[in-house]
Write a protein that binds this ligand. Structure first.
Ligand code: GDP
Ligand code: MG
Length: 278
């Protein structure tokens, strides 16, 4: 059976661990009345769409597919009686918005305000993948790290101390081999704990700003908060401005970021993202 495919279609599937997960109901494209929004972020080719398909029962394309569309895929799943809208973001190496993919991913994390972000990482290339995880943690604290491709890591003799990693990052880490359905139950459990606030995320910021930079950031944050009281993460936006991020500067100038002129639009957008039940 193809483990990245759809929900049970034959009797054999009923006993398959990939499909038979306690408390999980795959909702496909039904995303009505969700309780939580969950985003899937990660580098390209780390198994995001495979996780997406496992949880929703949809058939999002998996594998290296040149010319893949940039648009995000959305689907639903229910776990422990709570309904989730799952958003599969484009794969990116960073969130600096130097490409459309990065912009789509970053804007969703910032403005879509997901309740949980699953950061999928390739266990065989952990160091490279953590770069994005740290950037995600700068934007949102509510993260579950999905340490995927564990079967390949095992084959290569790579051992990862996931408890240490969770402690160092300050967020839950779950070991998975999504292609084989391994770890999906633990992933659902971790997502549920973060979504409901039963698990606290305390991301460790790796970089301690020097005093002069801290001062500049603080005064920018004060000004940004005054002009844009609804800004989701003013500190992160201040960072980007100091870094010379033209896209963020433009968004502020054009009223794309929430501010006095964009308050009404933001309220509308937030309602659209969260659905009718929030
Ligand atoms: N061996 C192995 N392959 C995986 C695993 N998860 C995903 N894959 C494969 O890796 C490739 C990329 O997966 P995909 O879900 O498209 O990655 P995405 O680009 O992050 O969405 C596909 O061929 C998957 O079948 C895993 O845990 N183990
Ligand atoms: Mg994909």
């Amino acid at each position: 059976m193809n483990p990245t495919s759809t929900p049970p279609t034959s009797p054999a599937c009923a006993t398959c661990p990939v499909h038979n997960l306690a408390g999980l109901k795959r909702l496909g494209v039904d995303m009505a009345d969700w309780d939580y929004v969950v985003a899937l972020a990660g580098n390209p080719n780390v198994g995001k769409s495979t996780v997406f398909n496992n949880l929703t029962g949809l058939r999002q394309h998996t594998g290296n597919w040149p010319g893949k569309t940039v648009t995000r895929a959305e689907g639903g799943f229910e776990y422990a009686g709570r309904r989730h809208k799952l958003v599969d973001l484009p794969g990116t190496y960073s969130l600096l918005a130097t490409s459309t993919d990065e912009e789509v991913a970053r804007d969703f994390l910032l403005f879509g305000r997901p309740d949980v972000t699953i950061a999928v990482v390739d266990a065989t290339r952990l160091e490279r993948n953590l770069n994005l995880v740290l950037q995600v943690l700068e934007i949102t604290e509510r993260v579950v790290v999905c340490l995927n491709l564990l079967d390949q890591a095992r084959r290569l003799g790579i051992e990862i101390d996931d408890r240490r990693l969770a402690r160092d990052l300050g967020v839950p880490v779950v070991r998975t081999a999504a292609r084989y359905g391994e770890g999906t139950q633990a992933l659902l459990q971790a997502v549920d704990e973060v979504a409901t606030g039963r698990a606290a995320c305390r991301p460790r910021r790796v970089f301690e700003e020097p005093p002069v930079l801290k001062q500049a950031l603080n005064s920018l944050v004060t000004e940004l908060t005054r002009l844009h009281p609804d800004l989701p993460n003013p500190r992160w936006v201040a960072w980007r401005l100091l870094d010379g991020d033209q896209r963020i500067a433009e968004a502020l100038r054009d009223g794309e970021l929430p501010g006095p002129s964009a308050t009404a639009r933001q309220a509308g957008a937030a309602a659209a993202v969260r659905g009718s039940n929030s």
